[in-house]
Ligand binder design. Structure first.
Ligand SMILES: *[C@@H]1O[C@H](CO)[C@@H](O)[C@H](O)[C@H]1NC(C)=O
Ligand SMILES: *[C@@H]1O[C@H](CO)[C@@H](O)[C@H](O)[C@H]1NC(C)=O
Ligand SMILES: *[C@@H]1O[C@H](CO)[C@@H](O)[C@H](O)[C@H]1NC(C)=O
Ligand SMILES: *[C@@H]1O[C@H](CO)[C@@H](O)[C@H](O)[C@H]1NC(C)=O
Ligand SMILES: *[C@@H]1O[C@H](CO)[C@@H](O)[C@H](O)[C@H]1NC(C)=O
Length: 251
């Protein structure tokens, strides 16, 4: 008993020190982070009403990935969390129609691989890359703002940020009023079988017309390069023959 009492001030001082260290080293205005590494599912569980999203985060193991990412990078993360009623508003069978890989992509689509405060959304440039998209720019989403209102469009869904669930300058969790359905998972793929290289046409307005242009462009490009090749080989042939005859004449 005596021992406990005598170590108590020490323990108290230690806890106080731990509590204060992050607030001293960072901006004093922020909310204190929970102790230990940030745990995305724990934050959502505390907020309640995210049981479906949490279940998907866990079954797809995206939760582990996000926690590791938060611990190991200083880019931070932004998570758009649809509440349970957003999932019940989906067309029946929407989730069941997805493969395991597509479920991972759906959940990763709700994550931006860097921290955004509400005011940072105002200067974000569209389209924004999500955790689901590689360097090839797949799975983008767009954000528009009016004052503090933040709207998200996927091309399939127009959603609104309803409120801030959590923010600590590294992780931001926002409640969105709808499940963000990515265009590429919920529209039938275009029938074009030609394996043409994807080209960016930022100015084109409809996806089907841009596909057509890409097709014409790339086959045109192939035809052109074949022409060039043929022209080059005949020039080489001509050069070689004339060089040969010069040699022949001079010998
Ligand atoms: C994160 O929190 C959840 C729920 O509170 C828990 O089940 C899980 O084990 C925690 N993960 C880590 C890495 O602490
Ligand atoms: C977090 O990162 C540190 C060092 O980068 C590492 O020692 C620790 O094991 C990591 N914790 C988790 C839960 O990944
Ligand atoms: C955001 O969405 C709301 C409701 O859907 C709409 O009234 C508002 O005009 C939208 N704002 C922007 C900037 O798109
Ligand atoms: C997103 O924004 C980009 C750039 O402004 C635009 O080209 C694209 O069509 C937008 N996509 C959607 C789904 O609104
Ligand atoms: C989303 O909003 C845009 C422009 O505000 C509109 O053209 C489009 O039809 C909307 N899409 C859906 C699915 O509501």
């Amino acid at each position: 008993m005596k021992q406990i009492i005598s170590t108590f001030p020490l323990v108290f001082f230690f806890l106080f020190f731990i509590y204060c260290t992050p607030t001293f080293s960072q901006s004093p205005a922020q909310a204190p982070a929970p102790p230990g590494p940030t745990n995305v599912t724990a934050i959502l569980e505390k907020a309640s009403q995210y049981t479906t999203f949490i279940r998907l985060l866990k079954t797809t193991q995206v939760a582990d990935q996000l926690n590791t990412q938060l611990n190991n990078s200083n880019q931070g993360l932004t998570i758009f969390a649809p509440a349970d009623n957003a999932f019940t508003n989906l067309k029946p069978g929407t989730l069941n129609s997805l493969t395991d890989q597509q479920k991972i992509e759906l959940i990763q689509y709700h994550v931006l691989p860097s921290f955004f405060s509400v005011s940072q959304f105002q200067t974000a440039s569209n389209p924004l890359r999500t955790q689901a998209g590689g360097s090839d720019g797949q799975f983008p989403l767009n954000i528009t703002t009016t004052g503090n209102q933040v709207n998200i469009t996927t091309g399939m869904v127009n959603a609104t940020v309803a409120n801030t669930v959590y923010t600590d300058n590294q992780l931001a969790v926002y409640q969105v009023d709808q499940v963000l359905l990515p265009h590429s998972l919920f529209t039938p793929p275009p029938p074009a079988p030609a394996p043409s290289k994807p080209k960016k046409h930022p100015s084109s307005d409809s996806p089907s017309s841009s596909d057509d242009t890409t097709h014409v462009d790339s086959s045109g490009g192939i035809r052109l390069s074949q022409h060039a090749l043929r022209a080059m080989s005949s020039i080489i042939l001509v050069l070689a023959t004339s060089f040969g005859s010069i040699l022949f004449v001079s010998v």
